[in-house]
Write a protein that binds this ligand. Sequence first.
Ligand code: FES
Length: 72
Amino acid sequence: MPDLICYCLRVEKPPIVAAIEAGCASVEDLSACLRVCTGCGGCRPDLEDMLRFYRSESETSVTPLIRPKKAV
Ligand code: FES
């Protein structure tokens, strides 16, 4: 099972990614939302990595690629 992130709560990667994209910004947010990291805590480093990766990805995806021209 390659996508299993939280072994204690049996939570896989897709719902965690969805929760991050829906606004969860910390491990505590994910714990409140999905109960991940409420057992042994061993998944915390993976969750922190996922938060860094998916939050930075969403921040860069909203950056406009072309700046609007100034009105003359
Ligand atoms: S692996 Fe997530 S709480 Fe234990």
